[in-house]
Design a protein around this ligand. Sequence first.
Ligand SMILES: *[C@@H]1O[C@H](CO)[C@@H](O)[C@H](O)[C@H]1NC(C)=O
Ligand SMILES: *[C@@H]1O[C@H](CO)[C@@H](O)[C@H](O)[C@H]1NC(C)=O
Ligand SMILES: *[C@@H]1O[C@H](CO)[C@@H](O)[C@H](O)[C@H]1NC(C)=O
Ligand SMILES: *[C@@H]1O[C@H](CO)[C@@H](O)[C@H](O)[C@H]1NC(C)=O
Ligand SMILES: *[C@@H]1O[C@H](CO)[C@@H](O)[C@H](O)[C@H]1NC(C)=O
Ligand SMILES: *[C@@H]1O[C@H](CO)[C@@H](O)[C@H](O)[C@H]1NC(C)=O
Ligand SMILES: *[C@@H]1O[C@H](CO)[C@@H](O)[C@H](O)[C@H]1NC(C)=O
Ligand SMILES: *[C@@H]1O[C@H](CO)[C@@H](O)[C@H](O)[C@H]1NC(C)=O
Length: 779
Amino acid sequence: MANYDALGSQTRNSPYGSGDPYYNESSGYITPARPAKKAVSKWVKFGIPVAVVIIAGAVLGGVLGSRSSKNASASSSAAASAAATSAISVKNDIGRFATATDSQYLVPIYPMTTNTAAFTTPTFVSTTNTNLGWPQDPFQPSNPSPTQVRPDRPRLIAPTYMWDALPNLIKNDPYLSGWNATIFSNATQYLALPPVAYFLDGGNGILDPAREIKQRVKAFSYAYRLSNDTKWLDRTYVELQNAAGNLTGGWGPDNSTKWNPTHFLDTAELTAAYAIAYDWLYNEWTPTQRSSIMTTMITYGLNNGVIAYSNSDPAAYGWWKTNTEGNWNCVCNNGLTMGALAILGDDTTGIAAQLLGLTVPNALQNCAFAPSSDGTWSETANYWYFGTTGHAEMASSLLTATGSTYDLLSVNSEFQLTGQYHMYVSGPGSLFNYGDCGPNKYSTTANAMLFYGQQYDMPQYQLFQRDQFDAAEPWSMFWYNPAVTGAFWDGLALDHFFDNSTDQWGSMRSSWTDENALYVAVKAGTLQGHQTHNDLDCGDFVVDALGVRWFGELGSGDYNSIGYFSNDLQDSQRWLYYRKMTEGQNTILVNQQNQNVAAAPTVRHDTSATVQGSSTVMNVPGDSSAYFVADLSSAYFNVTSFSRGVHLINGRKQVLIQDEITASAPIMWRAHTNATIVVSSDGFTATLTIGSETTIVQLLNPPSGAAFTTMNPVRFATDPTPPQPDQPNDGVYVLVISLPAGSYTLEVLISPQWPGMSSSSYTTPASVPLSQWSLTSPS
Ligand SMILES: *[C@@H]1O[C@H](CO)[C@@H](O)[C@H](O)[C@H]1NC(C)=O
Ligand SMILES: *[C@@H]1O[C@H](CO)[C@@H](O)[C@H](O)[C@H]1NC(C)=O
Ligand SMILES: *[C@@H]1O[C@H](CO)[C@@H](O)[C@H](O)[C@H]1NC(C)=O
Ligand SMILES: *[C@@H]1O[C@H](CO)[C@@H](O)[C@H](O)[C@H]1NC(C)=O
Ligand SMILES: *[C@@H]1O[C@H](CO)[C@@H](O)[C@H](O)[C@H]1NC(C)=O
Ligand SMILES: *[C@@H]1O[C@H](CO)[C@@H](O)[C@H](O)[C@H]1NC(C)=O
Ligand SMILES: *[C@@H]1O[C@H](CO)[C@@H](O)[C@H](O)[C@H]1NC(C)=O
Ligand SMILES: *[C@@H]1O[C@H](CO)[C@@H](O)[C@H](O)[C@H]1NC(C)=O
């Protein structure tokens, strides 16, 4: 199964592609090449962590506020412009901030450096220098309407004025130039491949081939527009004819269901692919080609959109029309919108205008409300990618084609928090990837962060995303603002808590820029209302430290397993699969029984509000801490009371997980790990090893009979049998504490063995009841 995690196996190649200027095939990453005049590096390198200035209380609002007043008081526009140019050049002197994304989990690797000049408050500087920033769009209609399109092509996402500006921006911005090279190198790889084969994968439909076609069409169209080399144009047309079933051998059924409208995501993504090719290469197509592309898009795409939107919808293509929770509404409305915008004016059937009258209001009511009020994507952290890609493509296409987003970005005033959600759900060991991970991503990325950064004036979203391995693709070339300056981590809080009852969860870490940092994420939340992509996982947690994930998730089961998506009721077949049942989570199991789907946990939490400064070296103050406590009693049967607390202690070097439980049936503390586990003879210490790294897990003040044991990550023999076998969880063990019914406090102390830290520097915290936890106790 290829998902976000599976990318971990691509480690030692440059994720920026073979054209990556910072990558040397034989020796790996090289220091970014700098212009000759920068003989004196602006980098100040430190072999060991150094003290950094922490901007106390530099909450975002305050910082942004002072920036605007600074701007307002600039004495003259000439001075402001010089300052802007200088801020941009300070940044560009460095090249890309991250020197690689080749860690085990493809997170960016930042050099350990303080740079008070460049690593400043995230800011979009205002510049009229078109070598350094985008010009204004000349198309500014006073009364925009979704059916009134701009006069020139392209309309979608990247109008001509942007293509005209792009070559100079590429020459002057290290990110744009790196991405451009990677897009060309990726396009060159796709060029050598046969057209994407038809493959109907059970309930997943033809989504993988649809997204792969869209990914190729984007890359080919981009490469054509930047090179004028007709090989890209010709190859785009081959891919389009392939998806139309016009090449030898055909492609899918030979009727209106070719693009699989019963799984409408597939139809939508292919329609979007056609829209991009039609619009970006509009002037290059012959009239016959243009008409073929439009006819095919209407036949297999837009016509089915009209059926989906018809009142009766006999084919049930449009179940997603009233679906607010998930990614479907965003992806489906986006594909139809891009298709309609692309052909508006050429379409003599009226279908394009008809659909725009349906998709825009529908997305405003549904797609725009997909994130919870705290920004969490209720469907899971991985499905965030699909939903936000659809939402951002739709908003961006409407904006460029017609001059407005029609409130798609603002109708939900909390939508912008979903960018913050993505940042905090990303740890050094990849995502806190609870629940299902979704299908292959292909044309889907986290680059909506670039679009949201610009549209919501959240420069930190752009600064965060631009160093990620998936940043290099055509949308980034237009969504990224090269006039962004600063560092996303400057002034950024280490912790954040998300309180919407759907996904109460906490994110706590020791650094934003160190791949070896401590990261702990823990969740409570309801067990329904997640588009049936969640697990029965109240109390579940992950721990990263020393560059690896110590306790992690098992991810998706096989989406085509019988009953996998049946429903989220207590007796659902989904909850018979190990990876979805409570047994397969890092939490307490009671009576070897699944959690109660009616769970309604409550949480409390606190944080020292520690922020990172203008350094990639985060020196955590000794009293910096955070904790999260969840009352999970309602998530269980046979439980009188159960609360779980997670506390970062000892200056964020150790983690205490404390459970207070009273149960009338046997309990079992469980956590899944890739580590080799050695349990001490008294059973109170487990030594976990991954590669050359070690983490010690201790059971403090063990109740009578409590001891660590290990198990394999498989169902109990006495569990009800699922309709189909579970997937193997190779290399994973479960660390377990088993106890009979009773009342217990379990204190599990996790101590990663940090290099250079003496054993006397580790703390054994005092026993403190959860009800008395505070930032300073236990510590
Ligand atoms: C682009 O190419 C690089 C290797 O050159 C590869 O790691 C990356 O996955 C490719 N990206 C896409 C989107 O295909
Ligand atoms: C974009 O990358 C291609 C391939 O590396 C290169 O030929 C082209 O010059 C680049 N474009 C610009 C504007 O630098
Ligand atoms: C491609 O053609 C356009 C239009 O003729 C021209 O403006 C542009 O400079 C050309 N680009 C390249 C890389 O040759
Ligand atoms: C389309 O063709 C497929 C197989 O070729 C067939 O199963 C399906 O019933 C047809 N659908 C329609 C609407 O004609
Ligand atoms: C594919 O062939 C059909 C039938 O000749 C034609 O109507 C359609 O326009 C073609 N589509 C493309 C993209 O070539
Ligand atoms: C959670 O978010 C949803 C969606 O925005 C909202 O309707 C609901 O009121 C929020 N609930 C709480 C408890 O904040
Ligand atoms: C094991 O490692 C993989 C790949 O790095 C990771 O995705 C997974 O979450 C880990 N599993 C556990 C149980 O920690
Ligand atoms: C545990 O709860 C289940 C479901 O409520 C109940 O059927 C069972 O008898 C209980 N077992 C014990 C040991 O209390």
